[in-house]
Design a protein around this ligand. Structure first.
Ligand SMILES: [Zn+2]
Length: 392
């Protein structure tokens, strides 16, 4: 049995299925229903957020052969729908802007665009990474955009809108795709695991979603790796594939710091490193934990800014209660410095350990500058400064 990657097996087929981009699906549905479909669309957003998926759904909506006019519910079964889903329909031409960026390719496109579509209502050109086109190619494209044949539609997509000329932008209806929230990615991964009858721990799925950083495609490809490695999704599997320490381990380190127990913090660090996690990843994970604690401390434990599974959220709230906000802010600065300094350093581990000791024994490490400042204040206000203050 051949294995079909999740991204292809479960590609969304209707406008409302594209996770995180419901606002775009709804606008396109309204446009089709009211018969006011633009000639050219620009889809912008980072990689893996659903631009190509949405473009294919739009192409199917315009060209589905099961009905006589554009529909908001393409059948996904007719020859056109099936071919468009595969990305090789004769009337829906997908062009990779990165490898077809020259004037010749666009001239060819223009020469072909004047011919009617062979079986569908529209000839649709989907140019991915359109910002890669050369200036000459853009100019040639512009001529077609200014006077497009009635049977032609353009869908452009780009990760770098600022590189698309204003003359092109002004002729397109623009749609900004959002980075997909971690929670939405995790929920979608959960649905796929259930469909595939794969056991999956909530924490593990959430961690995968977090690592995907807004990209559903990255989330799915990580899930693919996990499933093919062990057939189930466990926290250990995720730690192994991502190379990031588990939340539990990180909480152990931070708990030791809260106790002021530097030795325990170093012991916990050694345990993390032994499990094969790199120093970089530990420092990044430290930064995440401290950021989340700072968010709890300033915005409260229920803040939407804190993207954690429920158990981990509770753990972080508890830890945050053991630090003051200024201490957390200061710690983030120290962690950032450590992260920068360990690159290329021969004493990288020592630097990270020193940071942990400093965090655990913070009362012993008062910033020397602040002492000097305080002494200066005392000497300038004189011996009866306290007296004056009382009178004020
Ligand atoms: Zn169809």
């Amino acid at each position: 049995m051949s294995y079909l990657v999740l991204a292809r097996k479960y590609r969304s087929n209707t406008f409302d299925e594209v996770v995180g981009q419901e606002h775009i699906g709804q606008t396109l549905v309204n446009a089709i229903k009211s018969g006011r479909v633009a000639h050219a669309f620009l889809f912008t957003g980072t990689r893996g957020v659903g631009k190509t998926t949405m473009a294919r759904i739009l192409a199917k909506a315009l060209n589905c052969l099961a009905v006589d006019e554009p529909t908001v519910e393409p059948c996904n079964e007719c020859e056109a729908c099936v071919a468009i889903s595969r990305g090789d329909d004769m009337d829906v031409i997908e062009i990779d802007g990165a490898s077809n960026r020259g004037i010749e390719e666009i001239r060819e496109l223009r020469a072909n665009a004047i011919f009617s579509p062979s079986r569908c209502r529209y000839k649709i050109y989907y140019i991915d990474e359109v910002h890669m086109l050369t200036r000459e190619a853009f100019n040639a494209l512009l001529k077609t955009l200014e006077e497009p044949p009635a049977h032609v539609k353009f869908i452009f997509s780009t990760t770098e809108t600022q590189k698309v000329p204003a003359t092109i932008l002004s002729r397109c209806q623009r749609f900004d795709f959002r980075n997909i929230p971690t929670r939405a990615i995790a929920a979608h991964l959960r649905v796929l695991c259930e469909a595939e009858k794969v056991q999956a721990a909530d924490d593990a799925l959430f961690r995968v979603a977090r690592a995907a950083a807004g990209s559903m495609r990255d989330g799915l490809s990580l899930l693919d790796q996990l499933m093919s490695a062990s057939g189930e999704v466990t926290d250990e599997g995720v730690v192994r594939i991502l190379g990031t320490p588990s939340d539990e381990r990180m909480n152990e380190i931070v708990g030791a710091i809260a106790d002021g127990d530097a030795a325990a913090a170093l012991g916990a660090l050694a345990g993390v490193l032994q499990s094969g996690v790199t120093l970089d990843s530990v420092v990044a994970a430290m930064g995440d934990v401290y950021r989340n604690m700072m968010l709890v401390s300033t915005c409260g434990g229920d803040s939407d800014l804190i993207e954690l599974p429920e158990m981990e959220r509770r753990a972080v709230c508890e830890l945050a209660g053991r630090f003051s906000t200024p201490v957390l802010v200061h710690a983030l600065g120290l962690i950032q410095t450590a992260g920068r300094n360990i690159r290329g350093s021969s004493v990288a581990r020592g630097l990270v350990e020193a940071t942990l000791v400093r965090l655990a024994q913070s009362e012993k490490f008062i910033n020397p500058e602040s002492i000097v400042e305080r002494l200066e204040q005392l000497s300038s206000t004189g011996p009866d400064a306290g007296q004056k203050k009382k009178h004020l």
